[in-house]
Design a binder for this molecule. Structure first.
Ligand code: ADP
Ligand code: MG
Length: 314
């Protein structure tokens, strides 16, 4: 069963085209990893899906119903964990959950039961009476996730839930997502961390500059570029002339400079390595050489010519 079917979605912010004819579908039971660098349009896409922003054109169907005609009913079945933590800071963890549960019409014993469940799944049961201002960033995020879960949505959307939090909470969140999925929740998980997508996503959609540039399982995506290899050269003088010469070699698809290192993406068996080493000699020589099989990061690199993490704020 198709849970989400978005077709030809266009969204402009003034002159800026944030979503340029984007299609997205999700089947029941999937964990969809929505991967892309900052500014790709991930949040805009998610906000269109949640009815937070109006799209300029396109068609959205959720749970096999037209969004426009069934907005309230659809929204009731979606849980959204926004990119910025959205909780009430002067309420305890439990009170936060009671508040959000109340918005969805839960009350009495049922509300209490759902609140207990949500606290349990994010591992905050023993902190239920504490204020989130006393929590670590990771615990605040977990409370935030619990708030999006308390009404038991069938579609849970998490927008970069692990940015800037400690590794322990990060692992906890990943485990929580897996567990919810095991229990039947369909998940959209937005991130610019390749490792997270690789570890949990059943399918990946890669976005860049308002476009979906590739989709498939991790294996399928890597398979697409299996006929390519990645050569990493650490050279003495990684200057533009050298890059230009490498770029002109037969079989070379892309050359990327990373500090003292040069990454060459080339066709397998094209003999680029020998010729690249020869050329590098004229530029002081090579300190180290390394060839690798492609991974998801390379899929992105090959498709866009840039690293996924480019421009990421530290
Ligand atoms: N409210 C807004 N007004 C103007 N431009 C926006 C607004 N929200 C997002 N953008 C722009 O749209 C593009 C996509 O942003 P966003 O969806 O937040 O990307 P992502 O979540 O992938 O980082 C970016 O270039 C961003 O600057
Ligand atoms: Mg975003």
């Amino acid at each position: 069963m198709t849970i989400v079917d978005m077709n030809n979605i266009v969204k402009r912010y003034g002159k800026h085209l944030a979503l340029d004819c984007v299609d997205l579908y999700i089947s029941k039971g999937e964990i969809l990893g929505l991967l892309g660098p900052n500014g790709a349009g991930k949040t805009t896409l998610i906000h269109s899906l949640c009815g937070i922003i109006n799209i300029d054109s396109g068609e959205i169907r959720v749970f096999d119903k037209s969004y426009r005609d069934n907005m309230l009913e659809i929204k009731r079945q979606i849980g959204l964990v926004t990119q910025e933590i959205a909780i009430l800071w002067d309420l305890t963890a439990r009170e936060n959950l009671e508040f959000f549960g109340g918005i969805y019409g839960l009350k009495g014993e049922k509300l209490k039961q759902r609140v207990d469940e949500a606290l349990e799944i994010v591992g905050l049961t023993e902190y239920s009476k504490k204020l989130p201002t006393k929590f670590s960033g990771g615990m605040q995020r977990r409370l935030n996730i619990a708030c999006a879960l308390v009404h038991r949505p069938s579609l849970l959307i998490l927008d970069e839930p692990t940015v800037g939090i400690d590794p322990q909470s990060r692992n906890h969140i990943i485990d929580t997502v897996r567990e919810l999925n095991r229990q039947g929740t369909t998940i959209i998980y937005t991130t610019h961390y390749i490792e997270e997508v690789q570890s949990i996503a059943s399918r990946v959609v890669i976005m860049d500059q308002g476009h979906v540039i590739a989709q498939g399982t991790v294996d399928e995506l890597v398979e697409k570029i299996q006929h390519e290899e990645k050569i990493k050269l650490e050279v003495v003088e990684p200057n533009d002339m050298l890059i230009e010469k490498l770029n002109k070699l037969d079989g070379v698809k892309k050359v990327i400079k990373e500090d003292k290192q040069i990454v060459i993406i080339s066709s397998v068996g094209s003999g680029v390595l020998d010729r690249a080493l020869y050329i590098a000699k004229d530029y002081g020589g090579v300190r180290s050489v390394n060839t690798e099989k492609p991974n998801l990061e390379d899929v992105f690199l090959t498709l866009t010519g840039k690293k996924l993490r480019d421009g990421e704020e530290k």
